[in-house]
Design a protein around this ligand. Structure first.
Ligand SMILES: [Zn+2]
Length: 551
């Protein structure tokens, strides 16, 4: 039997996790005019094969809805590839060798810029200008840390920026200093801006090239939709409007417009205007990103009880609330009433609480809306706040790749949080148990954009870098693979307001799906993160494909 109108693409012989509400499984699907027209068993679906249909024999491999990433920086990731790239490298000497090689091969660049270093590769987490001066003495160097919260600079840069022992710390940051107050080469948070304003403007061509690279990387990892977690005018915004305007943005993207903390409510009219004027093609700037604190490793994460010192005793430091919590309530209520989705960055348990309090204020002012506020990172959540995610319908936007033992966790985080609070980290299972909606993402270029590596940590709490070497980190918070997959498909679709279009393999939805190189759920087939994507399809057309899929 054949159907009247054959499909454009028919996939058979797969193990398809449909991620529909019943979490049902299928072996085959058919796509016509970009939409799924049938999901089921091979015999039924083969009837959709016509003379011009493409047929994919999936040979028992996992098929899943296209992955989503709920918090990612593809322009930044692409720019890193274009510049002095330290992501993926480890160790100070390796970094210095890369910088030296970059300087030698880019003799005409006025600034050496790039980044991707990790704090725990430096004594006390603080990078020093002296080593950098050795390999790059005459040109200014500005290298951001892997998480983007610190910069490593050389003496030439400090000189150009006029940063000396007399320069006061800005209110929202810190200049790392020696005992005499002299800057040593590390700039934390807002102190990075002292140099940032001197950097040459990134050109439009560089931005567009970076987004192209970023998009290709995400597609190669199975990602078909994402939320860009920082969109600023003239930067990411320019890249998206340019690429989407040409019809070259294949990914479906929600842009989170950057909230400038110095400007307050004055900027809201402008956000409304940008939402209307810059939406084009597959790019929709409907979210607003509010950074509520920094990170724990440099003590800028906002915590309820003070950080501990090296001696294990409480310090006076409770980190930084980047937006005054009372003002935050007003801003969030206003943004929510205007239909913007609040997207918070919150790492410490006080920043998480302040974000939840702000949503609570918005709910009181506006009632329940459909803006789907989400809090990204949620590294430490006070146990009292875990149930509030469900109560307030706040999506828990987790970056699971960080939920493991590594130098950053064991040397720069746990000792300063203390034992009780350290146990409140990355509470994925507790959030699920409390009924929270879970979405996941990478925060690439902070860490890998590969959802399979991230799912592995969500499930095992051990990273691919220390398989078999490290014990699981807080193993009670492990979640099941199907729940991790849901967070990267249905969960991200939900947070991006795309659940009617994608996030599951169901009739009527877009033909966005991935094919892996194996059955991901066969635990004898190796580690989850060892699996590879061999095909990524959007609207039934490949945006990434490995030849193995034809074979
Ligand atoms: Zn981020």
């Amino acid at each position: 039997m054949t159907v009247e109108r054959p499909a454009d693409l028919v996939l058979v012989g797969g193990r398809a996790a449909t991620m529909d509400p019943a979490r049902s499984w299928a072996t085959a699907l058919a796509i016509r005019d970009g939409r799924i027209v049938a999901v089921g068993d091979d015999r039924a679906i083969r009837s959709f094969v016509g003379p011009r249909s493409r047929v994919i024999e999936a040979r028992g491999r996992t098929v899943a809805p296209g992955f989503g990433d709920a918090h990612v920086h593809p322009v930044h990731g692409g720019l890193a590839r274009l510049r002095c790239e330290l992501h993926g490298a480890r160790g100070r000497e390796t970094y210095l060798a890369i910088v030296a090689a970059y300087a030698a091969t880019h003799p005409t660049e006025l600034w050496i810029r790039g980044g991707g270093w990790q704090m725990d590769d430096f004594p006390g987490g603080v990078p020093e200008r002296a080593t950098l001066d050795r390999v790059a003495p005459d040109r200014p160097v500005f290298l951001e840390s892997r998480d983007g919260h610190s910069a490593w600079v050389n003496s030439r840069t400090l000189e150009l920026a006029g940063i000396t022992a007399e320069t006061p710390d800005p209110v929202d940051g810190r200049i790392d200093r020696d005992a005499d107050g002299n800057p040593v080469g590390g700039l934390q948070e807002g102190a990075m801006d002292l140099v940032g304003r001197l950097l040459p403007e990134t050109t439009g061509d560089e931005l567009t090239a970076a987004l192209r690279l970023g998009q290709a990387e995400l597609h190669s990892l199975g990602i078909t939709n994402w939320q860009d977690a920082i969109v600023s005018p003239g930067k990411e915004e320019r890249a998206y409007t340019e690429l989407a305007g040409r019809g070259a943005l294949s990914g479906r993207v929600v842009g989170a417009l950057w909230w400038e903390r110095a400007r307050g409510a004055d900027q809201i009219d402008e956000l409304v205007e940008r939402r209307a004027s810059t939406a084009v093609g597959r790019y929709r700037p409907t979210s607003v990103k509010i950074m509520q604190d920094g990170v724990l490793e440099n003590f800028t994460g906002a915590v309820l009880e003070p950080y501990l010192g090296k001696d294990g005793r409480p310090t006076a430091n409770r980190g930084l609330s980047q937006v005054d919590p009372e003002s935050l309530k007003g801003y969030v209520a206003l943004l929510d009433s205007l239909g913007f989705q609040p997207h918070f960055h919150a790492i410490g348990e006080r920043a998480v609480r302040e974000s939840l309090d702000a949503v609570e204020a918005a709910r009181q002012a506006n009632g329940m809306t459909d803006t789907r506020p989400h809090i990204a990172h949620i590294q430490v959540i006070h146990p009292d706040d875990v149930p509030r995610f469900r109560d307030l319908a706040v999506v828990a936007n987790a970056q699971p790749y960080w939920a493991c033992h590594d130098g950053q966790m064991d040397n720069l985080t746990v000792p300063f949080l203390g034992p009780e609070r350290s146990g409140w980290q990355y509470a994925f299972r507790s959030l699920r148990a409390a009924g929270a909606t879970l979405a996941m993402g990478s925060d690439w270029s902070v860490s890998t954009a590969n959802p399979l590596l991230e799912m592995e940590v969500a499930v095992t709490r051990v990273s691919d870098l220390s398989r078999g070497e490290q014990p699981p980190f807080l193993p009670d918070e492990r979640i099941e693979l199907i729940d991790a997959l849901a967070a990267f498909t249905a969960g991200t679709a939900w947070v991006n307001h795309l659940e009617r279009e994608l996030g599951s393999l169901e009739v009527g939805k877009t033909g966005d799906f991935v094919v892996l190189d194996r059955d991901l759920f066969d635990r004898s087939a190796g580690a989850i993160g060892e699996a590879r994507v061999v095909g990524t399809f959007i609207d039934g057309a490949p945006v990434f494909e490995d030849p193995v899929l034809e074979g």
